[in-house]
Every structure is written in structure tokens, then in C-alpha cells.
Design a protein around this ligand. Structure first.
Ligand code: DGY
Length: 320
């Protein structure tokens, strides 16, 4: 199926990475809708669509869309997190769901460490100081009260990305602990069965867990209290994991010291309470957003579709 265009119809609902769009268009019959909404599907689309390619962390492939497509076989989701896809509903109907793991692991880990350093050393604030001409006008930037030295880091979610972050932080000489549902075999880091116990033992919490009901608002006021006044919270996983109101008030009243956030509960909306805080470094969900890595993710989406429709073998199916 390399050079020949397949007669299979693939639906691309809403916004999608351009490289995926081009490759799907070259390999399949592609139909697009402006946004994810079953009401936008013509009866011909409903009949013909056998695959969906969607941004799994922002375009919701919900039960209504799945049920509107009687011949759907596969949902190829862009991103390692696929919380916008109702994978359980799809699985119940025998529909395969794939995501894009591995190709983004190192990039996301790099961003997590970069965000940690930027948060602890307050580099965005120092840059704003210079750009505002204050170095020249007011003199040297006041020393940063925090340091990375001696920090004890707790990783919430020791999967592939968590491990890549831990490996990097080991090179900084930092102590590392982790919380997962179950301990990882033969891993030399301290395991905590309870997130709150881990938060009490560390001063830096890095959240890498996927979104969804199991993790929703598990990082809350009690966790911030346990982390304590020198606490730094980094979130590179999903915003839904955090009680954002509790986070804003913990940052405001000094329950914890600082936060670095790449993800938010209701993207692209960022709570004003967080924007107003000088001790929060805020990024627009860019952990994997280099051209190199996003292209690799885009390719994996399309390779999953090609592999399914040519050999019935999805390359990276999710486990539901
Ligand atoms: C993912 O792949 O889930 C990331 O959040 C996208 O950057």
C-alpha cells in the first residue's frame, strides 16, 4: 500500500498536525470536519469512515462520534496521552485505539527538567527584568531565593517519561522518590504507596501521570500542605490531575513556594488566578512541541493507520 492510495476513508476531525494531514491525504481518502461534532458528518461520511486520526489531547473522540460511525475500525490518536478519546467505549465495540508513545519521551523529559530549572531559578522573571531595561536602570537582578541543590524530588507517575526525567535528575545529584499504583521492579528509587506520604518526604513534586478519572484532582490542598513551604510543583502530565484553585491559593499564601505548569485543566483557558501569580511559570502545553518530535508523532499516527489497514496490526495500540 506504499504508493497506491487506499480506498479506505479516514476522518480527521478538528485541528490536526499538518504532516499527518498530508500523509493521510496521500495514502487514503481523507475527509475533514471543522470541529469534532457528529452533526457535521454527512450520511456518506458516516457510512464510509473506517478510521479516525485526531489530536488525542485536545479533540474529543467521544462515544457520540464513535457511535455515529458504524464501520469505524481504528482511532489513531496523536500524543501519548489520549484522555480526549473514549478508549473504553471504543474497546467495547472492538475498535482499536492507538497513541504515539516513545517518540516523545526524551523531548518531554527535557522540557520537564527545563521547566523545573526555570521555576526554581526564576529565569523567566530574570529575563523580563532585562527586557524591561531594569538591569541598566535598577542594577543587578536580586538573588533568587531557591536553588536546585539538595532538592529531594518525588515523581508522580514513574512510566517511560518519569524514568527519563529521573535519569536526568540523577545526573544533577538529586535524591529521587516516586509514587505509582505499584512499585516498578528493580528500580533503585524510593517507592511511596501513598502520594501524600511522598509529598511529605520530598520538597519537589513532578507530575507525569495521564489524565482521566483515576488521577483527577489527586494533586490537591492536602498534597500542597504535605509538600510544604519550600515546595516546588511541576506539572507536565495533565491539568485535570490538579485542583487548580487549591494550587493558586497554595502559591498565594506560601503553602508552597513555586510551580511550573505546562498543562491546564481546561486548555486553552488558563485560570486568571494562576496568571496573576509571580511564582508560577506557565507554558502553553509545549512539552513535546519541537518540529522534530511533533513530526515523529505525526508519522506514528499515520503508520498506525497504514499498518492496520494493510496488515491488521496496529503499531502502538493502547491497553484499555
Ligand atoms: C501528549 O503527547 O500527550 C502530550 O501532552 C502532547 O504534548
Amino acid at each position: 500500500m506504499n504508493d497506491e492510495k487506499s480506498p479506505v476513508t479516514i476522518l480527521v476531525p478538528g485541528w490536526m498536525h499538518e504532516r499527518s494531514v498530508q500523509r493521510i491525504d496521500a495514502a487514503f481518502r481523507m475527509v475533514r470536519t471543522e470541529r469534532v461534532d457528529p452533526a457535521l458528518l454527512t450520511s456518506e461520511m458516516k457510512r464510509d469512515v473506517r478510521g479516525i486520526a485526531a489530536m488525542g489531547f485536545r479533540e474529543p473522540v467521544d462515544a457520540a462520534l464513535i457511535d455515529a460511525l458504524p464501520n469505524l475500525e481504528i482511532i489513531a490518536s496523536f500524543g501519548v496521552g489520549y484522555d480526549a478519546v473514549d478508549a473504553r467505549h471504543a474497546g467495547g465495540k472492538g475498535i482499536v485505539v492507538t497513541n504515539t508513545p516513545d517518540v516523545l519521551t526524551e523531548e518531554v523529559a527535557d522540557t520537564a527538567v527545563g521547566l523545573l530549572i526555570n521555576t526554581v531559578r526564576e529565569l523567566p522573571r530574570a529575563e523580563a527584568y532585562l527586557r524591561a531595561g531594569r538591569w541598566e536602570r535598577d542594577g543587578n537582578y536580586p538573588l533568587t531565593p531557591m536553588t536546585l541543590r539538595g532538592r529531594h524530588v518525588g515523581i508522580y507517575g514513574m512510566g517511560r517519561i518519569g524514568m527519563a526525567i529521573a535519569k536526568r535528575l540523577e545526573a544533577f545529584g538529586l535524591a529521587i522518590a516516586y509514587h505509582n499504583r505499584r512499585p516498578v521492579e528493580r528500580l533503585g528509587y524510593a517507592y511511596h504507596a501513598s502520594l501524600e506520604d511522598m509529598a511529605r518526604a520530598v520538597d519537589t513534586l513532578i507530575c507525569v501521570v495521564p489524565g482521566g478519572a483515576a488521577t483527577e484532582k489527586t494533586v490537591n490542598a492536602a498534597i500542597f500542605r504535605a509538600l510544604g513551604p519550600d515546595g516546588v510543583f511541576i506539572n507536565i502530565g495533565r491539568g485535570s490531575t490538579v485542583d487548580e484553585e487549591a494550587l493558586a491559593s497554595a502559591l498565594r499564601d506560601g503553602t508552597i513556594r513555586a510551580a511550573g505548569l505546562d498543562v491546564f485543566a481546561n486548555e486553552p483557558r488558563v485560570p486568571q488566578a494562576l496568571i496573576d501569580l509571580p511564582n508560577a511559570v506557565l507554558l502553553p502545553h509545549v512539552a513535546s512541541a519541537s518540529v522534530h518530535t511533533r513530526n515523529a508523532m505525526a508519522d506514528l499516527v499515520v503508520d498506525n493507520l497504514i499498518s492496520w489497514f494493510s496488515a491488521r496490526k496496529p503499531m502502538t495500540p493502547v491497553a484499555e
